[in-house]
Design a protein around this ligand. Sequence first.
Ligand code: OGA
Ligand code: MN
Length: 289
Amino acid sequence: MDGMRSAPYRFIETHPIAGSLGAGISGVDLSRDLPEAVIAELRAALLAHQVIFFRGQDLTPHQQLAFARRWGDIHLHPFMAGMDDCPEVLEIRKTPADKRNFGGSWHTDQMFSPQPAMGTILYAKQVPSVGGDTMFSNQYLAYEALSDGMKSMLSGLRGVCVGDKKRGGIARMEYNNATIAMKTVEPPKGLQTTSLHPLVRTHPETGRKALYIGSHVHTLEGMTEAESAPLIRFLRDHSARPEFLCRFRWQNGSLAFWDNRCTQHFAINDYPAETRIMHRVTVRGDTPF
Ligand code: OGA
Ligand code: MN
């Protein structure tokens, strides 16, 4: 994909923010009904950089939703309640009363679903004066950095991915006992919230292999918790090595769009006395292979 990194775009400009992944995009007003040619360039930039960032956007929830729909159907979060007047948009809110934050571990979105979210579009409404950054990790690089022996051991292995409420063992949430003020809902009866996914997945658009690990991975298929934990621990640590990361500093009006098929992300919880409000839409994905 290196060729795409310097691709001459006609409508947008890209500005990589790290050596590993992540690029700022300029020249686009996301509140507009963008021509297909601009969407095509944004798609090329997303595939080339895994996460793209926009500054200074002014979007209503319905405008953000309209942009998200250009990428596919909307994936609704099974546990979290959407906004009253725009249920497809989830408000992520943390105030000084909350100890825990949403997304405060290395993960990829809704990995517990049989078809996890392809992409997430996160828009900053109110950010702390300092802190509340989000880190991203390039899972193509994480896979490529493994030894041939480890790569062949992982091929064919699947992770048991478990939804937040039932996470235990190595997948236990760091702040399990702390409350989170965001409204949750009971998932529809019969909805699958535990799924098996390959530890190495092939990106359906680029054809590249990426490590597919995150904090939802509970155990490995066919293995006990004790047998799985050391390998999961290694892969989680390995997948977030500093040379695979970028870190995004939000401003009000910033928007990030990441590809959950080849990245993980981590919301940093370092603003105990301030409020952070974000609007989030996720786009439906396909079955990982
Ligand atoms: C998410 C998430 C990160 C953040 O929206 O899926 O993990 O920085 N958010 O709020
Ligand atoms: Mn997330």
